[in-house]
Ligand binder design. Structure first.
Ligand code: NAP
Length: 247
């Protein structure tokens, strides 16, 4: 039950943070895991070694998801080495904490091209083999603020809301081919990203969480694991909150 044996998973941004926990979890469930990194090559390679030492199967692949040519090269390298990706976890993302009026064009483009275009490029590329195999799991890591909004994060919030429409459209376009597309909306999760949040904002967020604490990357990974399984095949177009009840 809930085994991922025989499946190949690509987790973007898996060298650290939430992606790292997802890679460990999917590997423990039996998937062959591609640990993707952009700048965190060494941590990604260390994670591959750790998974192998736990009798899992993993390899690392690098590339900038905001660059469609690099995304193509990533997928080509994976397919040259073995089976195509049948579980794609679009996890890579960045946030630039800033008032909109102070954001430069380059900063806006960096957030949009990583969090939004990167998801589109990876999904577009993964869909080819998934359609042929009539099986696929597309799991997009959005954020609670994609639904609620948050000050100083206007572009980040917009990219995360965009994933909701993107996923629903994918569900309608490919749901008849054994492919599901679901979104996870994490709340406040312990990671490098949240360690940089201003203290005031962090305090305000914690007050809105009935659980009274930040979540753990492993708690997001557990939800991803379920969505990736055969058993979740009838779960399509969902938006799953993993936020301790944050309102
Ligand atoms: P993190 O610790 O800051 O890690 C970000 C990851 O994204 C890194 O692995 C990084 O790879 C990768 N990345 C960034 N830019 C990239 C690019 N251009 N190309 C490829 N990879 C890139 O963040 P996290 O907290 O684990 O967040 C993971 C996801 O969860 C993000 O999408 C984030 O928006 C979402 N999320 C997080 C929280 C939270 O509270 N932490 C809440 C809601 C949603 P390298 O290190 O290799 O460069």
């Amino acid at each position: 039950m809930f085994s991922l044996a025989g499946r190949t998973a690509l987790i973007t941004g898996a060298g650290r943070g939430i992606g790292q926990a997802i890679a460990l979890r999917l590997a423990a469930a039996g998937a062959k895991v591609w640990v993707h990194y952009n700048t965190s090559r060494q941590p990604a390679e260390a994670l591959v070694e750790m998974i192998r030492s736990l009798d899992g199967t993993a390899d690392a692949v690098g590339g900038d998801v905001s660059d469609s040519a690099q995304v193509e090269a990533m997928f080509a390298a994976i397919e040259a080495a073995g089976p195509a990706v049948d579980i794609l976890v679009n996890n890579a993302g960045i946030n630039i904490e800033q008032h909109l009026v102070r954001m430069s064009d380059a900063e806006i483009m960096q957030v949009v091209s990583t969090n939004y275009l990167g998801v589109i490029y990876c999904t577009r590329r993964a869909l080819g083999p998934m359609r042929k195999n009539r099986w696929g799991r597309l799991i997009h890591i959005s954020s609670v603020v994609g639904r609620l909004g948050s000050p100083m994060q206007t572009i980040y919030c917009s990219t995360k809301s965009a994933l909701l429409g993107f996923s629903k459209a994918l569900m309608k376009e490919y749901g008849n081919r054994g492919i599901t597309s679901n979104v996870i909306l994490p709340g406040l999760i312990e990671s490098d990203m949240t360690s940089k949040l201003p203290e005031e904002l962090l305090k305000g967020m914690l007050e809105r969480i009935p659980a009274g604490r930040a979540g753990l990357p492993e708690e997001v990974a557990a939800a991803v694991h379920f969505l990736a399984t055969e058993e979740a095949g009838y779960l399509n177009g969902a938006e799953l909150d993993v936020n301790g009840g944050m309102l």
